[in-house]
Design a protein around this ligand. Structure first.
Ligand code: SF4
Length: 249
């Protein structure tokens, strides 16, 4: 059995996880990418001045949201300055996203700051193809491939109810497509291109139900400060996904 520092750890354990709680626990203990392990621990040790008194997460960040989610929201990787162990928490991206989710009735509150703040999601699961924050927000292709089994297994476990995936940004889109193929969906050829407002329907197969893939610009500080992505633009994409997922906003 591969140990946590073995590159084969994710592939071995992901497919053997009987439920999301077990999968999340195993993700949290993964140390398969030495560069990312060193980086996440260095950031957690050094801390940003504004968060000096906080306890950093400093570990892989598993998906966040209920196991019966019908909509998944997928980025590329978690934020470096996360203090909660939740996806999309620790920088301006999460600040923007949780406001949108709350406005649509999909999050119990518009902020995600403290692990004990009671935040819950309704029908939505937040996750990513890479579970450790990478330097400069850029995982290497090898790190992306090593981490892939975790998300493939997560989508497998969600698949009975999953109807839509919202992908935030082109890097997340590129990383997600092979995961979807691994998890049993049939992708069109040529592979669909990312765009804000992109909407691709992956047909039902013997193993999988129809799945809607929706693209949105990433709610990074750069995109939201420059107005490339506005709150109405993000809300519109999330509302469409929620409608497909039967979440009735
Ligand atoms: S990026 Fe994924 S595979 Fe690599 S150490 Fe983190 S959780 Fe493990």
């Amino acid at each position: 059995m591969p140990g946590a520092e073995d590159p084969g750890f994710p592939a071995y354990h992901a497919s053997r996880s009987g439920g999301l709680a077990e999968l999340d626990l195993r993700v949290s203990g993964c140390r398969a990418c030495p560069r990312l392990v060193a980086w996440r621990e260095e950031v957690a040790e050094g801390k940003r001045a504004a968060f000096r008194d906080w306890e950093y997460w400093g570990r892989p960040v598993p998906g966040f949201g209920p196991p019966d989610a019908t909509v998944a929201v997928v980025g590329l990787a978690p934020a470096a300055h996360d203090r909660t162990g939740r996806m999309f928490t620790g920088d301006a991206t999460g600040d923007f996203l949780f406001v949108a989710l709350h406005a649509l009735g999909l999050a119990s509150q518009p902020t995600s700051v403290d692990a004990g703040d009671g935040l819950t999601l309704r029908g939505v699961r937040l996750t990513s193809p890479v579970h450790c924050a990478p330097p400069a927000n850029r995982p290497t292709p090898a790190e992306r491939d090593t981490c892939r089994p975790w998300l493939a297994a997560e989508l497998e476990l969600l698949s009975p109810g999953l109807r839509a995936v919202v992908v935030l940004g082109g890097f997340g889109w590129q990383a997600l497509l092979p995961v979807l193929a691994d998890a049993g969906w049939r992708l069109p050829r040529p592979r669909p291109a990312f765009a804000h407002g992109a909407h691709v329907v992956l047909p039902a197969t013997e193993r999988r139900q129809e799945l809607h893939l929706l693209g949105s610009y990433h709610p990074s500080q750069r995109n939201t400060f420059t107005g490339r992505l506005t709150m109405p633009m993000l809300t519109e994409v999330l509302r469409e996904a929620a409608g497909i997922g039967g979440l009735g906003t």
